[in-house]
Design a binder for this molecule. Sequence first.
Ligand code: SF4
Ligand code: SF4
Length: 390
Amino acid sequence: MATRVDPTLLKELKKYGAVGVEKCFNCGNCTAICPLTSDEYAFPRNMIRMVQIGHTERMSQSLDPWLCYYCGDCSETCPKGAEPGETMMAARRWLTAQYDWTGLAGKFYTSKAWEFGSMILLAILVVLAFVFFSGPMVTESVELNTFAPLHVVHMADWIMAGFLLLFIGGNILTMYKKVMLSGNQTATPLSIYISEAWQLIVHGLTQKEWDTCIEEDVENKEMTQERIARITHLLLVSGYGLMLVMIIFFLSWFQTDNIYPLYHPQRWLGYYATIVLLWGAGYALWGRAKKAIQAHRFSHASDWIFPVLLFAVALTGILLHIFRYMGLPLPTYYIYIIHMAFTAPMLILEVPFGKWAHLYYRPLAIYFKAVKVREEEHNRELAGALAAAD
Ligand code: SF4
Ligand code: SF4
């Protein structure tokens, strides 16, 4: 089957943050040094080649960008400064847009007006929701649940969770069709999907492939920074996941006018989530400002927006906690509105359409890769058995 060539692909990928792709002369050093490449998935050179010659369709079906953890070794080794690591990063953003059935991810990644405009619009909607649906502001004491009735906030949470499921589910389905169904002559047996499902869980929870990228060398400062980045990312994911679970499933336990004693688990879970979010977001912002590791040398607008939102959510969460415990009613209510105005775009825009999407696309890609490898083994075993029977 003839492959259509798209001469605009390189130009398009630049909008998603690719730099220096045209300098590549295909020496292959980057693939030789990459700790995560394999014979079947020989990146990043093949990805750069696909961009150079405009293989849009093949690229949209590729798993390679998600298998890269951006250690930056390839970019450091490239003799032409073609920045292959950043091309892989740009390809991940581009793929996120390709999977997105709403078309919003592409608009957010390529237009600051769309990205900032949507965030501001969502924040305004949150403020308007408080104007029209909030309860009275009791000023004699802090009564947050009177101002923001639990059942109303809970209903809003479930509506948001429904939208997230709709967006994320649809996007994952598109990814699955592109990666697993296009060009496939035979359907992969369900038993293979089931037998490899553990990969999805393990890689989703631990991101353990990242460790392959990190050499244990305490003498080397760059490597130590990578290790810190890895641990920080893991903590950040745990804090974000914890916050999401508490908001959606345990809101009545979490948003309460009761002041629990210091040893109560509700307080410690909240403190843990807030501290790791603040640390993770602060570390990402500091790293990008200092360009301390290779992965932070180039920053797309989306790389800044997510940690800024996270930092704002954690900071306003801390202020909310302080005002509540100090018994300051009006500051508590106003900071709650501001906290929600940052939280809504962080969850509704970043999880399905933005930087956060890599947290489910990457383990899914590792899972799909494992399924494909297992299927090939299965086919070889079948062919061997048939040949032996002849
Ligand atoms: S990106 Fe650099 S190292 Fe990789 S093939 Fe191109 S020129 Fe060689
Ligand atoms: S950034 Fe690291 S993992 Fe990604 S392609 Fe380059 S060498 Fe491989």
